[in-house]
Design a protein around this ligand. Structure first.
Ligand SMILES: O=C(O)[C@H](O)COP(=O)(O)O
Length: 206
């Protein structure tokens, strides 16, 4: 039996709303963020993805609360859940707390785009996507993949860049393809995974 893997980026946070680089800071979800998480859960329900064996999330409340909202809506509160900072957002280093438009004015549009979307150029004092992948993927291999290989159904709520690192690996994307990958807040990505860990099928529930 193939394993099932659902990935959801957290709903809008207070700092997303203010257009601030967030990284490892821990703002709450906004009202819209709650609604986005709920909308994603209703999609899961609509397609019958309502029975998971385990859940994983980061150490940050915007992802934890997105997961809690979704599990409640699909009647899955109380399933075994692991929280780990390995799934946290990319550390934005010195950019953390800066307004993204102000940063573009200060450092230039191109430089900010490189920091946000290049594969291996870290923002000053922070993590590139490559460095983010170096902590996300070992955690996935150790804690999550063995469960999928057993045919378990897993739901993960995490962050734009920690999930981009994971999607790159699952789908075998090149760094260039990964740059164009944007994950919408609250929208579940549903993967069927075969007994070798390969993706059999992918659906985006939007
Ligand atoms: O940490 C942040 O600011 C966001 O969650 C992701 O930001 P990005 O789209 O600039 O990578």
């Amino acid at each position: 039996m193939p394993g099932l893997l659902v990935l959801t980026r957290h709903g809008q946070s207070e700092w997303n709303k203010l257009n601030l680089f967030t990284g490892w800071k821990d703002p709450a979800l906004t009202e819209l963020g709650h609604e986005e998480a709920l909308k994603g859960a209703k999609e899961l329900k609509k397609y019958g993805y309502t029975s998971f064996d385990m859940a994983f999330t980061s150490a940050l409340q915007r992802a934890q609360n997105t997961l809690a909202i979704q599990l409640k809506e699909i009647g899955q509160e109380g399933i075994p859940t692991k929280k780990d900072q390995a799934l946290n957002e990319r550390d934005y280093g010195d950019l953390t707390g800066l307004n993204k438009d102000d940063a573009r004015k200060k450092f230039g549009e191109d430089q900010v785009h490189i920091w946000r979307r290049s594969y291996d150029v870290p923002p000053p004092g922070g993590e590139s996507l490559e460095l983010t992948a170096k902590r996300v993927l070992p955690y996935f291999e150790k804690e999550i993949k063995p469960e999928l290989l057993k045919g378990k159904k897993i739901i993960i709520a995490a962050h734009g860049n920690s999930l981009r690192a994971l999607v790159k690996d699952l789908e075998g994307l090149t760094p260039e393809e990964t740059l164009k990958l944007e994950l919408a807040t609250g929208v579940p990505l549903v993967y069927q995974i075969d007994e070798n860990g390969k993706v059999l099928d992918k659906k985006i529930l939007e």
